[in-house]
Ligand binder design. Structure first.
Ligand SMILES: [Zn+2]
Ligand SMILES: [Zn+2]
Length: 870
């Protein structure tokens, strides 16, 4: 007897969640694997800070005064290249800002009038190429044995480094992190107004397809528009030597003072046990995932040089405003909107120079003057405030789409208000739609934690999605579930019945084997001793061959639960009318055809309650959410496959409806308005994330996946439409679907009496007086019933005219000649057959009339015979 083991699933799922969910609290400490305690790490940081404080600009990198991790001569880093890198960065600065920039760099001109953004927040995107300076720089000869992490196998190659760029071109994205408050410091040299800056960088190597993500920390000098950032790791104390990358004595002092201040404050916080400051300069984005097999990664020093804002309105620039003042005004207005008239804020534009001291590569942003603007415009992107403003607009559109979804759902619920119409709708289709809304709710709640600037808007949208899923979606699902309960019960009974028959067959076969053996032993008692092996095996083989034939004796085919099509030969005696379950008559339990003799062997009926369904719904939702969260840190290729297949699964929501239409041979379960509307609206978020470049999540454009998703969804819509027009089963084989009653039979002149609607001709009506079915309409005293039983012979051949008992109008019906072939009926008569419906009790109506009637009662309007659901 099968035990109910479903209870085990829930604890397993919970364990799965715990296993899969990222654990940010524990991991930063484990980054310091080499250093046993946090105290050691702090001591090392304090020592490095001391080295920084005592160093001065131009100290030879390998000198003993700069005793920092990563600078030891025996490491083999390419520090010889640093002067060349500084030169190149200075060239970029001069190109961007001209002479004024050069003077400002040397501290000669403190306030160059350049239109630069002071506050860099936002997102940059562009292409990189290998720098011209690369040829002049020898590749480093890394002392790989100094990497203690790798070594068990003795196999250490530079190629196994993470972030090792080997191609010649690729894409780069930089997202500046917004600080809660700008870190200003009080120092004697306040001229540059330096601030600390952090960024997430994503480097994609087009030739290898590799994509790396890293975190950078550094300083930004607003008056120069210059950011210098670096990675920091266990093998390279980048942040402590950052000032030495500065391009001039003056900027060195500035950076040194700033870093002294901010680093010592961070160390203070670490001492006080602030867990968020445990590893404040980690370069790995997934610093939370402690991976013992992690390869060391290439370090990176990044120079970013802001270009002057272009596209400012000429009138504004030439008037009273100085360019710098105009940009400051724009920036202030963006951050603290007063509603003042404002020209569109131009994009930020930076040129980039990235140098890896250990892997030796030098990358540059692609742009002028080495490339024409059509090929590359360095790194450009909107400011965060612009991004947020756009994000708010996008969210508004998305919320409107959600609202439209709710309206569509509401209208569909009103339309499907009767049990009969509800029973046509696929439970799973609506469930998938609701799961999608639930997923949206959860995702927006999560995103709102990270994009603080859009918190209110995201929460609002999440609330709409929540209303959609909990107030409307779940109620509709519950309604459908309740209406379809008898259907599930019947299916469960059928499964149980099949199981019982299988068992009976087995028992019968066994009985036969025993009987045969007994018979053989009785007839040939002497031979058993001579050939025992042969005698034993033979009956078994016979029994196996007999087995399939056995069920004929007592089997009740499942198909008997539905009435035969009218075109089939019907027994005259209607006492054997098959029992089926109309869905609006739940209380009417069908009589079991064969009552089992021994109830002890009957298998249990498997039916789940709505409560367990509810639990499953939310568990599935949570599981998807947790796995998706986890997936966001997977490698880019796998991540893309995961999210695309998740999207494909979600966008298959019409498949269950198509299946249900086929199974029940019914059509028009859902409004066309609902189907088309949902198919458009559900694609909106995908179009946004896959097709729109400046989306809030910075997801990459992927027209290919978007096309696949859209085409897939609309194929389903087309199939649904064809089911409506041609018939629910036109694309499946006859034997694939369970038998179902056909309301639109071909009417033939030659099959009189048995198949034609009552009243086909006077002769037909009188020829079968014994049938109670035929007699019943006549016995009803209402004149309509009597009228319907009289068919008028019409003029054109192949047409008959009946009366529809519902609307009292004429109903012209095509009739095939007695000699007509079936081919012509399939092609020409298909749509014509959709205009009328013949009930199992052989009454004929307009399709519209009877469909309207069947929304409310599954009974023949004339004779009250039960009708199979449509
Ligand atoms: Zn009618
Ligand atoms: Zn009837």
């Amino acid at each position: 007897m099968a035990q109910d083991r479903r209870g085990i699933i829930i604890p397993l799922l919970i364990i799965g969640f715990i296993f899969f969910s990222p654990d940010p609290a524990r991991s930063p400490a484990s980054r310091f694997q080499e250093r046993p305690t946090i105290e050691d790490a702090i001591a090392e940081e304090q020592r490095s800070l001391g080295v920084l404080q005592n160093s001065s600009y131009g100290d030879a990198i390998h000198s003993s005064t700069l005793n920092l991790t990563g600078l030891e001569p025996d490491r083999g880093y390419a520090w010889e290249a640093l002067p060349r890198i500084r030169d190149r960065a200075a060239q970029q600065l001069e190109y961007a800002l001209g002479d004024a920039g050069r003077q400002a760099l040397e501290g000669e001109l403190m306030d160059p009038d350049v239109s630069l953004y002071n506050n860099v927040t936002g997102f940059l995107h562009g292409q990189w190429v290998v720098s011209k300076a690369q040829e002049e720089v020898a590749r480093p000869h890394l002392n790989l044995s100094s990497y203690a992490q790798e070594g068990r196998s003795g196999e250490r190659h530079l190629s196994r480094f993470g972030r090792n760029i080997t191609g010649s071109a690729g894409m780069v994205s930089i997202r500046f992190r917004e600080r809660e408050q700008p870190v200003h410091y009080s120092s004697a040299v306040d001229a540059y107004n330096a601030t600390g800056i952090g960024a997430e960088m994503s480097l994609k190597d087009t030739s290898t397809g590799d994509e790396y993500e890293l975190q950078l920390q550094g300083t930004y000098l607003p008056s120069l528009g210059q950011a210098i950032m670096t990675t920091t790791s266990e093998k390279y104390a980048g942040i402590f030597m950052l000032p030495h990358f500065a391009l001039s004595q003056a900027t060195f002092q500035e950076a040194k003072a700033l870093l002294n201040d901010s680093i010592s404050r961070t160390i203070e916080r670490q001492k006080q046990g602030d867990t968020t400051a445990l590893n404040p300069w980690a370069a790995n984005v997934e610093a939370s995932v402690a991976n013992p097999f992690e390869h060391p990664s290439c370090e990176l020093i990044v120079y970013l040089q802001q270009h002057e804002a272009s596209g400012l309105p000429a009138a504004a620039v030439s008037s009273a405003f100085r360019p710098s003042a105009l940009v400051s005004f724009l920036e202030h207005e963006l951050r603290f909107p007063t509603g003042a008239f404002m020209p569109t804020a131009p994009e930020m534009r930076f040129s980039m120079l990235a140098f890896s001291p250990d892997c030796g590569y030098i990358l540059e942003s692609k742009g002028e003057p080495d490339f024409v603007p059509q090929e590359g415009r360095h790194l450009a992107g909107p400011k965060l405030e612009v991004l947020y403003r756009n994000g708010r607009h996008h969210l508004l559109v998305f919320t409107l789409a959600l609202g439209a979804q709710i309206i569509l759902l509401k209208r569909q619920m009103n339309e499907a208000s009767t049990p009969s119409t509800r029973s046509r709708i696929s439970f799973y289709s609506i469930s998938i739609l609701s799961l999608g809304d639930g997923f949206t709710t959860m995702t927006f709640l999560l995103i709102s934690l990270f994009i603080t600037g859009l918190w209110v808007n995201l929460m609002g949208t999440a609330f709409i999605a929540f209303v959609s899923v909990s107030f409307f979606g779940m109620r509709f699902i519950m309604d459908i579930w309740t209406v379809q309960a008898p259907e599930r019960a019947r299916r469960a009974r059928e499964v149980a019945e099949e199981e019982r028959q299988r068992r009976e067959r087995l028992v019968a076969a066994l009985e036969r084997i025993r009987a045969e053996r007994r018979a053989r032993q009785a007839t040939t008692p002497a031979t058993t001793a001579e050939v025992p092996a042969h005698g034993d095996t033979m009956p078994n083989a016979n029994a196996g061959a007999d087995l399939p034939a056995a069920p004929h004796s007592d089997a009740q085919p499942v198909s008997e639960s539905l009435p035969l099509p009218v075109t089939a030969q019907r027994p005259i005696d209607t006492g054997a009318t098959p029992v089926f379950m109309p869905s609006d008559q739940d209380r009417l339990e069908p009589v079991a055809q064969t009552q089992t003799a021994n109830p002890g062997t009957e298998p249990e009926l498997r039916m789940s309650s709505f409560g367990s369904l509810y639990t499953k719904f939310y568990l599935l939702l949570l599981a998807t959410l947790f796995i998706s969260l986890n997936a966001s840190s997977w490698p880019a290729g796998i991540r893309r496959v995961y999210f695309t297949s998740l999207a494909l699964t979600y966008l298959s929501f019409w498949i269950p409806q198509i299946h249900r239409n086929v199974q029940r041979n019914c059509r028009h379960a859902l409004n066309w308005e609902f189907v088309l509307g949902q198919s458009v609206l559900r694609l909106v978020p995908f179009a946004y994330f896959y097709g729109y470049e400046h989306n809030v999540l910075f997801a990459k454009r992927d027209y290919y996946s978007l096309t696949i998703l859209a085409v897939w969804l609309w194929i389903q819509v087309v199939i649904l439409g064809s089911q409506e027009l041609v018939g629910p089963r036109w694309f499946v084989g006859k034997d694939w679907a369970p038998p179902a009653y056909d309301y639109h039979p071909v009417l033939r002149e030659d099959e009189e009496g048995a198949t034609m609607p009552i009243g086909f001709s006077e002769a037909t009506a009188s020829s079968a007086p014994t049938s109670p079915l035929v007699e019943r309409p006549a016995s009803l005293s209402s004149p309509t019933a009597r009228r319907s039983s009289v068919a008028k012979e019409s003029k054109p051949r192949g047409k008959r005219v009946f009366d529809c008992a519902i609307c009292m109008q004429d109903l012209e019906v095509p009739v095939v000649d007695s000699g007509g072939s079936s081919d012509s009926t399939l092609t020409g008569g298909l749509l014509a057959r959709r205009t009328y419906m013949v009930t199992p009790c052989r009454h004929i109506f307009h399709s519209n009339c009877l469909e309207g009637w069947m929304k409310y009662r599954l009974q023949c309007p004339i004779c009250r015979e039960t009708l199979p659901p449509l």
